[in-house]
Design a protein around this ligand. Structure first.
Ligand SMILES: N[C@@H](CCC(=O)N[C@@H](CS)C(=O)NCC(=O)O)C(=O)O
Length: 305
C-alpha cells in the first residue's frame, strides 16, 4: 500500500476506523498520521484477510468523502473522538479523513514553544520563510499529497468530495475550497478563523510562515485569507454552512471575525451562498461541534448524493 502503514483498525457502527502513518514528502519527510473512516460498503468483502481490508480492489464500491480540518493544538484524533461524527457517516455511507494540523517532530527551532505556532498550528499554508519552509507546507499536504494518497488507496469517489473544519481548520477548509473551484461540492465551518490577516493568531502565524506584512508579501498573505479569496472566487456556485456559538471566547476577542466573512461574501453572492447560524450560549469547544455535527454531515450528504 504505497507508503502507508496501518497503525490501528477498529470497528465502529457499520464501518471501520483506520489510522495510518506515512512519510510526507511535502512536509520534509516527517512521519504523519491520519484517520480514515470507511463504511462497510467501501471495504473489500472478498479479502482473504479475516479483518476487512481497506484496499481498493474486489467488490467494494466507491463512496463520497469528507475531509475535516481541525483547530489549534489538535491532532488527527480530536475530532474523530469528540465530535460523534461516525454514527452519521455510517448511516449515510460517507468516508471521512481527519489529517493532523501540522508536521510533527520537524525539529524547527521553537516549534513547540507556543500553542498557536509550530506544532499543532500549521495554519494550512505553505511557508515561504527559510526557517519554516522545509516542513510547514500544510496547504500542499491537505490539498495535494494527502488526497493523492487517499484516492490511490481507498474506495473513495474523487469526484464527490466535501470539506469542513473547526477554528483554524475552518480557515483551512474555506481557503481550500475558495482556491480550488469545483474541487469540493460543499464546505461547512464550526467557528472558523475567517480573516487571518486581520486577527492576532493569524497575523502571528502569517508573519512567521510567510514573512512580515509588506507591500511585497501582501499578495501572498491575501492568497491565504478567506475574506480576500471569497471576493474573487469565480468557480461553480459554492454552498457554505457556517455555525458559530455566541459564547465563544475566540469570537469575543476578535480572532474569528465571521462578520467580516459575511460582508466579503456579500460581494459575490451569486456564486457563494453562506448559511450563517449563530447559536446562543454555545462556546468554542467540541461540545459545540458535537451538537451540530449531524447538521453538517447531512448538509454535505445532500451535496454529495
Ligand atoms: N489555548 C488553548 C485552547 C486551544 C483550543 O481551544 N483549541 C481548539 C481549536 S482552536 C481545540 O479544538 N482544542 C482541542 C480540543 O478541544 O480537543 C490551549 O492551549 O489548548
Amino acid at each position: 500500500m504505497s507508503g502507508l502503514e496501518l497503525v490501528s483498525k477498529n470497528r465502529c457502527f457499520n464501518g471501520y476506523l483506520f489510522k495510518y502513518k506515512h512519510t510526507s514528502k511535502v512536509l520534509g519527510n516527517v512521519t504523519m498520521h491520519f484517520n480514515i473512516y470507511l463504511p462497510l460498503c467501501a471495504i473489500d468483502s472478498s479479502s482473504s484477510s479475516p479483518s476487512p481490508s481497506p484496499l481498493s480492489n474486489g467488490s467494494a464500491s466507491k463512496v463520497p468523502l469528507l475531509y475535516f480540518l481541525s483547530g489549534l493544538t489538535c491532532t488527527e484524533d480530536n475530532m474523530i473522538i469528540k465530535s460523534g461524527a461516525i454514527r452519521f457517516l455510517s448511516e449515510l455511507k460517507i468516508a471521512l479523513v481527519t489529517p493532523d494540523t501540522s508536521p510533527r517532530g520537524a525539529g524547527v527551532e521553537g516549534e513547540d514553544d507556543a500553542w498557536d505556532l509550530g506544532t499543532g498550528a500549521g495554519f494550512y499554508v505553505n511557508a515561504t520563510t527559510p526557517k519554516w519552509s522545509k516542513h510547514y507546507n500544510m496547504y500542499s499536504y491537505v490539498n495535494e499529497e494527502l488526497p493523492e494518497l487517499i484516492n490511490a488507496n481507498f474506495n473513495v469517489d474523487s469526484q464527490r468530495v466535501s470539506i469542513f473544519g473547526h477554528s483554524m481548520g475552518g480557515h483551512g477548509a474555506l481557503i481550500s475550497a475558495l482556491k480550488n473551484p469545483g474541487k469540493f461540492k460543499s464546505v461547512s465551518l464550526f467557528a472558523p478563523i475567517c480573516n487571518p490577516i486581520d486577527c492576532n493568531p493569524g497575523q502571528k502565524a502569517f508573519t512567521e510562515y510567510l514573512g512580515k506584512l509588506t507591500p511585497e508579501t501582501q499578495p501572498l498573505w491575501e492568497s491565504y485569507d478567506a475574506c480576500c479569496l471569497v471576493k474573487i472566487y469565480d468557480g461553480p456556485c459554492l454552498d457554505i454552512m457556517l455555525d458559530q456559538g455566541d459564547n465563544d471566547d475566540f469570537l469575543k476577542r476578535g480572532d474569528l471575525l465571521p462578520d467580516h466573512f459575511m460582508a466579503a461574501a456579500e460581494n459575490n453572492k451569486e456564486l457563494v451562498k453562506v448559511q450563517n447560524r449563530l447559536h446562543p450560549t454555545f462556546d468554542h469547544s467540541y461540545w459545540f461541534v458535537q451538537t451540530f455535527i449531524e447538521d453538517h454531515i447531512r448538509f454535505h450528504a445532500e451535496h454529495l448524493s
